[in-house]
Design a protein around this ligand. Structure first.
Ligand code: PNS
Length: 169
């Protein structure tokens, strides 16, 4: 049987390439609902090679979440289900931005529950961020658009540093 909320250790997994204000909003709300939240960065995002290294993604998240004492940042390789079992988390948290997110997330939730008996709980993204994704943020920024209101300040710094390192201002 799934544990009741007060004992819950929630895991919020993702690529976080980079973290956005939408991610931060989910983390902040999860930190109120659950006594412990692990934000878990997947080492190799499935569909692409990451823009930011694992260390950079973890560092950005640590700096953005330092105000939440019950939130820690970690990473995992391979199956989320194996990691959830290893760290003895008992709920997976995901954000849902739009209806089209739901189809894939529903299949993943069923698969993860089937593999681990751990449920996934969904938080509806804040409507201010329902169109914000890491991939869109990178695309807009790399074409010179203003993304300041969609990412934490620390992420904006990392975006500028990374662009400078690649020889562009
Ligand atoms: O931020 P993302 O890219 O939407 O996060 C996707 C993530 C990391 C949650 C998902 O790709 C994942 O769980 N990857 C680990 C591999 C795995 O367990 N795959 C089967 C999922 S049912």
């Amino acid at each position: 049987m799934t544990s009741s909320l007060p004992q819950s250790h929630a895991i919020y997994p993702g690529s976080f390439d980079p973290p956005t204000n939408g991610h931060l909003d989910v983390i902040a709300r999860a930190s109120v609902i659950f006594p412990a939240v692990t934000v878990a960065v997947v080492v190799n995002p499935q569909k692409r090679s990451p823009h930011f290294t694992l260390d950079e993604r973890e560092e950005m998240l640590r700096r953005c979440t330092s105000e939440f004492p019950n939130v820690k940042v970690d990473h995992f390789r391979g199956l989320l289900a194996d990691y959830v079992t290893r760290i003895e988390a008992n709920v997976i948290v995901k954000g849902l931005r739009v209806v089209s997110d739901f189809e894939n997330e529903m299949a993943a939730a069923h698969m993860n529950r089937s593999l681990t008996n751990v449920d996934t709980m969904f938080l509806m993204s804040d409507s201010n961020y329902s169109f914000v994704s890491s991939s869109l943020i990178k695309e807009v920024f790399l074409q010179g658009g203003d993304i300041a209101r969609y990412v934490p300040d620390v992420v904006l710094e990392y975006m500028h540093q990374k662009r400078s390192a690649h020889g562009r201002k």
